[in-house]
Design a protein around this ligand. Structure first.
Ligand code: BDR
Ligand code: CA
Length: 313
């Protein structure tokens, strides 16, 4: 039976590839809804981007919701310098014809977790954790009903990408991240430590374009755009592809390796705001609260994504 998921996201080229990967995998993943959150760009634009991505896939049956317009306690920090003014620069996608759902995304998350059988819904978080945390604050009873939270965020050995100490998704809303990491539900995290191994090299991007379908062309255009900034920054053979790690983990966990650790979020210091302090070597007696993924097979990862994108229109 397909695993039920909610995708919480701020698309984002890499979010878009993650969403397409899930949309292309109906046998394994039953997408109950896609919820937009403020992050890479503002909420309204992220929600529009989510609609465009769903429409690109031809899966108009998948509902899209808008969640929170800003972090719980802080001003919103965005990343147009990485993702472009639209948040999804690169492909030329038409304005969406499908509409956003009226219900608030946070209420959708709560209602779904309460109405589905206990521990049968997995939350896939690809952006700042505001919506998930707000749902947990508004309805603490849902924590024990979550099957798993699989999120892209944080870093330990790779430290940071938006500041020297922090990864973007956690940095934007550290209080939300703290709420999520302390909620007691099983968490698997995809930190920069693994996503920095998943490099979109020119060959891998060309393979998407060569699929010949509109989704493959769009993915190639998205990755081609997001390369520009990262190649200059990291100087490697390709730019990291972050968010699809979350969906790939659900489809093929054998691609990844990690271990269970305690992860705490820095919320007090201005210098290290949003740092994911990971007890990787178990030097404290703090209880483990996350499956910290440290490495993955990048060939298998890109092959999986290409094989699935090929199934889309
Ligand atoms: C994360 O930040 C965003 O810009 C990406 O979409 C990804 O979710 C990587 O740090
Ligand atoms: Ca994202």
């Amino acid at each position: 039976m397909a695993r039920k998921i909610i995708i919480d996201t701020d698309p984002g080229q890499d979010d878009a590839v993650a969403i397409l990967l899930a949309l292309a995998s109906p046998q394994e993943l039953d997408i109950l809804g896609v919820v937009a959150v403020a992050g890479n760009v503002g909420l309204a634009q992220n929600a529009r981007n989510a609609l465009k991505v769903v429409e690109l896939s031809g899966r108009d049956d998948v509902r899209v919701f808008a969640g929170c317009p800003r972090p719980m306690m802080r001003e919103l920090v965005t990343a147009e310098h990485v993702h472009g003014q639209s948040g999804l620069d690169g492909p030329d996608l038409p304005e969406p014809e499908i509409a956003l759902q009226q219900q608030h995304g946070v209420d959708f998350i709560i209602e779904t977790l309460r109405s589905e059988p206990e521990k049968t819904v997995t939350l896939c978080a690809l952006g700042p954790l505001t919506n998930l945390a707000m749902a947990l604050v508004k309805a603490p009873d849902i924590a024990s009903r979550i099957e798993e939270i699989v999120l892209m965020g944080g870093a330990y050995f790779e430290v940071g990408n938006i500041t020297p100490a922090a990864e973007f998704n956690i940095y934007v809303d550290p209080e939300a991240a703290q709420t999520v990491f302390q909620c007691g539900a099983p968490i698997t995290m995809m930190p920069l430590d693994v996503t920095h191994q998943m490099l979109g090299t020119p060959d891998r991007i060309a393979a998407f374009a060569a699929l010949g379908n509109r989704s493959g062309m769009a993915v190639a255009a998205m990755l081609g755009f997001s390369e520009r900034f990262d190649l200059k920054k990291y100087g490697g053979p390709g730019a990291p592809l972050h968010d699809p790690c979350v969906i790939a983990y659900l489809l093929a966990p054998q691609i990844f390796e990690g271990k269970t650790c305690n992860v705490e979020i820095e919320t007090g210091s201005a210098l290290t705001r949003g740092m994911t302090v990971t007890d990787y070597w178990h030097v404290t007696d703090r209880a483990p609260n996350a499956n910290f993924i440290r490495s993955g097979d990048s060939d298998a990862f890109f092959a999986l994504i290409a094989e699935r994108i090929a199934r889309l229109p």
